[in-house]
Design a protein around this ligand. Structure first.
Ligand code: BTN
Length: 243
């Protein structure tokens, strides 16, 4: 195991998310990050698995010990998606990088990064939030399962170059640090502004069981706001939406 600063680099791990959760339970400090070069049992959102071909993509989990109320904890997922988008922009110049609610990062509609935010709340106090980042860095399209090839991309696919995974990780961590700088309310405001400026689906039609209308924005907790035909403003706080 190689440890520099607060970034721990593991040759192999089942899931950096599980490792970071355990480290946080054992008292690891805010800002500690763990990445692996070979994640063998990556977890995605909604109970899905997350595939990361060995040595090619970034699998990283980051420990945050926030001082915010539980309803605001999901904002760290949005923050991580903004930081991941900024990272892709920094390495793949002239690329329009966007976000999809709640936490996906996309380029021309194809997913390049996913975020898995997980919070531990005890007695209405947020003990920690772990943000897991899966970022497609050096994967070629043939590395992905056939059924998702037309839905994904990678930094190498966009630029024709390959990138050092540790440098990409450090870039992500420095964007996170910049976004978290200052009091939480200012940091969340900045996050919401940036997220909105990168949002791909403002004004798009949404139809998710029971909720149908036009995506209008997000509220201060990061929930998706949908304007129904009758004018009512509906809220989707979690899950996924197809546009
Ligand atoms: C998604 O479903 O879009 C979120 C994917 C998150 C994957 C990352 S990879 C690093 C961390 N470890 C995991 O097991 N999952 C997250």
């Amino acid at each position: 195991m190689l440890s520099t600063d607060k970034l721990i680099i593991l040759e192999e791990a089942n899931s950096t998310q599980d490792i970071a959760i355990e480290m946080a339970r054992q008292g690891a400090h805010d800002g500690t990050a763990v990445m692996t070069l070979n994640q063998t049992a990556g977890r995605g959102r909604m109970g899905r698995s997350w595939a990361s071909p060995s040595g090619k993509n970034l699998a990283l989990s980051f420990i945050i010990r926030p001082s915010c109320e539980p309803s605001l904890a999901p904002l760290y997922g949005l923050m991580a998606s903004v930081a991941a988008a900024q990272t892709v922009e920094a390495f793949c110049l002239n690329t329009l990088v966007q976000v999809k609610w709640p936490n996906d990062v996309i380029v021309e509609g194809r997913k390049i990064a996913g975020i898995l935010p997980q919070a531990q709340v005890i007695n209405n106090n947020v003990e920690f939030v772990i943000v897991g980042l899966g970022l497609n860095v050096n994967s070629a399209m043939e590395d992905f399962p056939v059924d998702i090839i037309d839905k994904v991309t990678s930094m190498a696919d966009l630029s024709g170059e390959s990138f050092d995974l540790t440098s990409v990780a450090r870039s992500f961590l420095s964007y996170m640090k910049a976004l978290r700088d200052g009091p939480a309310d200012i940091s969340f405001k900045k996050t919401l502004e940036l997220w909105n400026s990168k949002w791909a689906h403002r004004g798009c039609y949404v139809n998710r069981t029971g909720i149908e209308g036009i995506a209008e924005g997000i509220d201060v907790t990061g929930a998706l706001l949908v304007r129904a035909k009758g004018g009512e403003l509906l809220k989707i706080s979690s899950g996924e939406v197809n546009f």
